[in-house]
Design a protein around this ligand. Structure first.
Ligand SMILES: Nc1nc2c(c(=O)[nH]1)N[C@H]1C(S)=C(S)[C@@H](COP(=O)(O)OP(=O)(O)OC[C@H]3O[C@@H](n4cnc5c(=O)[nH]c(N)nc54)[C@H](O)[C@@H]3O)O[C@H]1N2
Ligand SMILES: Nc1nc2c(c(=O)[nH]1)N[C@H]1C(S)=C(S)[C@@H](COP(=O)(O)OP(=O)(O)OC[C@H]3O[C@@H](n4cnc5c(=O)[nH]c(N)nc54)[C@H](O)[C@@H]3O)O[C@H]1N2
Ligand code: SF4
Ligand SMILES: [Mo]
Length: 712
């Protein structure tokens, strides 16, 4: 017998599952991925990888992943050709627009769009071409307050100063858990080692969080805060800066007198009564922060999916600004990436309140309406009612508040199409699903996350695996949807747009790199691990600001302080629900990988032992959690990592809905936290306040732990 000859090959890749954009080294045996590890030569991620990076291969191999377009016929899915599928989508959309007007077509864009080059280069063109006001995205269940504040203060929605974590000596983290999430609006691969280095050089990390998180445990200090009340804490810190003469803002800032007047009523004593953080501690933290040789304040989803997310994100900017830490080494810095999507206008500056949502009169931001309003826009009759929906890499049933109600609403649409790789909680309602190639099969350059990274680097990664025969990339699908639908509508797509839509993302990147002048496609191809463009640089302000000055006191934010003052703090007996992330979860969609779901269950409601005792409950019991909008049954786990009066559920669980085709995930215990979150609870930006939701927890009537239903 001749010896079997295996071909073993190494290729560099990139993980697109979170914002850390780790560089990978893949082993391919006979063309199949048999190993994934971090690439030690990557100048940004330096060999770091988390368990999800290894699971990237599982997505590609997953038998449940759609590889060809499917059409729903009753409760069956039929595979159809791309041509038929694209025609059906174009027919469905065009019919709705012709009969009911362009606002009758809704679009929802999910998180993975930001992680795909093709979506970034071709998605905006698709969305714009339909000119519907009914645009929704994951932005308004995530970082909308950051974008609104950046737009109002700095003149661009993505002008986001990034913590200079590698040189700071004081890192203040409010409502973020980068040990689990690997950072967000701060691309920081290898966070654990960067924190170790920070502490080794005598620096401090201070964490404000209602849960003693993995990050809190790695920190020098952690303080519990009542969910939803952080605005008081942050405003009190600004108050102390003025009160104790600790401010040293830059000269290009206007409106500081209005800031000082606005924060005057927010004393540490008031903050203590609302937040639970002692006034003396607030004063001490503020003094430490101001005295540090380079300090960076950072607030993430805990203070963004928040009833006062905009006030919080504004106050975080002000903390950095007033202490002289904006645009300073060791403070927060704006990046200078090889492709500056902000400075070049590739991503627009953003606009606010040019129009309002039809039903609830909520202001748009950059052309999007809050996702919390999607259900009512589908269900409320009248002109502009959403009758057809296109979802692009999104799962709003699991990701947006009162998902159960949205789930029902989707069933009533005239037509729905999804560009997605699974039949899941949302896409099960689609008439047609169009599955694009996945990460390993497409070229990648990160247009978004280099912009947000703690170090300036650039990297181009050619596809690791060839696309399967006849497969389509997302950008090609987007192009076809535009061209075919507009042909049916009789509206001409100008030649320049058609050319642009047919230009590959890789070609566009090469052009943009040349414009940027810092590196070239040729250089990136010669250095596939990535090119190091150096640490973040101070001295970017005010020259990079559109107006070379900025206003520190946007009217909209100051006006919201009145709402804050008028809002009674949560009562001492009120139980508040917050979210959480786990290193091995990926929003709502990686639970079909057994590699990630094995191990100790982590879906439980976390609760302080005293709160359990007060309700006569025991650790491990099945409990009923109810809110204004819904009710779920889930196991409770006692832990004093929770602040008393606060409970926590992870999002993205609860896959057991009829028709979901995820054989592994469907058996995973857990419920969707968004069956409890409330679309009426909004920040002034329109972002959902997914944290700090009032709930009741009682013994479950069924009283025992459910065993999962058998796989179907
Ligand atoms: N309660 C609560 N809710 C939350 C959060 C929370 O912390 N608490 N977090 C919020 C945040 S930060 C976010 S970003 C949102 C996310 O909200 P969404 O973006 O709506 O949801 P995801 O879970 O990211 O779903 C991604 C979808 O894209 C599909 N997909 C994966 N890869 C690809 C691909 O390459 N191409 C295409 N076309 N599709 C793909 C998946 O199958 C899935 O359907 O959820 C939000 N919801
Ligand atoms: N492993 C993993 N990594 C991910 C994701 C994932 O699903 N899994 N999702 C990715 C996405 S889309 C995003 S946007 C990022 C998010 O990145 P992070 O913002 O780091 O996300 P979380 O881990 O949810 O951290 C939010 C923290 O806020 C706390 N919190 C809740 N309410 C409040 C409050 O009222 N005040 C304060 N001060 N804190 C509060 C929570 O306890 C939690 O520790 O993570 C990304 N990375
Ligand atoms: S931290 Fe994990 S999920 Fe995030 S990019 Fe790196 S390997 Fe991927
Ligand atoms: Mo997110």
């Amino acid at each position: 017998m001749p010896a079997t000859h295996q071909s073993v090959e190494k290729k560099l890749g990139v993980c697109n599952l979170c914002e850390a954009i780790c560089g990978l080294e893949l082993t391919l045996t006979d063309g199949t991925v048999t190993g994934i590890r971090g690439n030690p030569d990557d100048p940004l991620s330096r060999g770091h990888i988390c368990p999800k990076g290894t699971a990237l291969a599982d997505i590609h191999a997953d038998p449940d992943r759609l590889r060809r377009p499917v059409r729903r016929v009753g409760d069956q899915w039929l595979e159809i050709t791309w041509d038929e599928a694209l025609d059906r989508v174009a027919d469905g959309l065009a019919r709705t627009i012709t009969d009911h007007g362009r606002d009758a077509m809704g679009i929802y864009l999910g998180n993975p769009n930001a992680h795909s080059l093709g979506s970034m280069t071709h998605g905006t063109a698709l969305v714009k071409s339909f000119r519907t006001r009914n645009k929704f995205s994951a932005t308004s269940v995530d970082q909308l307050p950051h974008q609104l504040v950046a737009h109002l203060m700095y003149g661009h929605q993505l002008f986001l100063p990034i913590p200079d974590i590698d040189r700071t000596s004081y890192f203040l983290v409010i409502g973020g858990n980068p040990m689990a999430s690997n950072g967000s609006l701060m691309t920081v691969p290898d966070f654990p080692n960067r924190v170790r280095a920070l502490e080794a050089r005598g620096g401090r990390m201070v964490v404000i969080d209602p849960r003693r998180t993995e990050t809190a445990k790695a920190a020098t200090e952690h303080h519990f805060v009542r969910p939803g009340t952080d605005a008081h804490l942050l405003l009190a810190m600004l108050h102390v800066l003025y009160d104790e003469g600790l401010t040293r803002p830059a000269g290009y800032v206007d409106g500081l007198d209005r800031v000082q007047a606005a924060v005057a009523p927010f004393t540490p004593e008031l903050a203590e009564s609302v937040t639970g953080v002692p006034a003396a501690e607030i004063r001490r933290i503020t003094r430490d922060f101001a005295a540090a040789d380079g300090a960076a304040a950072y607030g993430r989803v805990g203070v963004s999916m928040h009833p006062f997310g905009t006030v919080c994100q504004w106050a975080v900017q002000l903390l950095n600004l007033l202490t002289g830490n904006l645009d300073r080494e060791g403070g927060v810095l704006v990046t200078t990436p090889a492709i500056d999507a902000v400075g070049t206008g590739l991503i627009g500056r953003g606009h606010h309140d040019r129009w309002r949502s039809r039903v609830r009169d909520l202001p748009e931001f950059s052309g999007e309406i809050p996702s919390s309003a999607l259900r009512e826009e589908i269900e409320t009759p009248g002109e502009g009612q959403v009758r057809a929906l296109l979802t692009l890499a999104g799962n709003p049933v699991s990701s947006t508040p009162d998902g159960a109600a949205l789930d029902r609403a989707l069933g009533g649409l005239d037509f729905m199409a999804s560009v997605d790789i699974y039949v899941n909680e949302t896409t099960r309602h689609a008439d047609v699903i169009l599955p694009p190639t996945t990460a390993l099969e497409r070229d990648h350059y990160d247009l978004v996350f280099h912009l947000l990274a703690v170090r300036n680097t650039a990297r181009f990664t050619p596809a690791v695996l060839p696309a399967e025969d006849g497969a389509m990339h997302d950008w090609q699908i987007y192009r076809e949807i535009v061209l075919r639908t507009h042909r049916r509508l009789g509206s001409k797509v100008p030649l320049s747009k058609r050319v642009r839509l047919s230009t590959s993302p890789t070609r566009l990147i090469a052009l943009l790199l040349r414009q940027g002048g810092r590196t070239t496609m040729r250089q990136l191809r010669a250095n596939p691990a990535g090119v190091d463009l150096g640490p973040l640089r101070a001295g970017q302000l005010p020259k990079r600001l559109p107006k070379h000055r900025f206003d520190a006191a946007p009217e909209l934010v100051l006006a919201d302080l009145d709402r804050l003052t008028a809002t009674p703090p949560p009562g001492p007996d009120e139980l508040l629900l917050i979210g959480r992330r786990h290193q091995r979860d990926c929003n709502s969609w990686m639970h079909n990988s057994p590699r990630l779901t094995k191990g100790k269950p982590r879906h439980q409601l976390l609760m302080h032992p005293d709160d359990l005792t007060a309700r006569g409950l025991t650790d491990g019991a099945l409990v009923t959690v109810s809110s204004r909008v819904g009710e779920v049954e889930v196991e409770v786990a006692a832990t004093d990592d929770m602040m008393p009066g606060v409970v926590s559920l992870p999002h993205g669980y609860g896959h057991r809905r009829e028709g979901v085709r995820l054989v592994q995930a469907i058996d995973l215990p857990g419920v969707s936290v968004n069956d409890l979150t409330d679309p009426e609870l909004l920040d002034v930006s329109g972002n959902a306040a997914l944290n700090g939701v009032p709930v009741q927890v009682t013994a479950s009537v069924s009283g025992s732990v459910r065993t999962p239903a058998p796989a179907r």
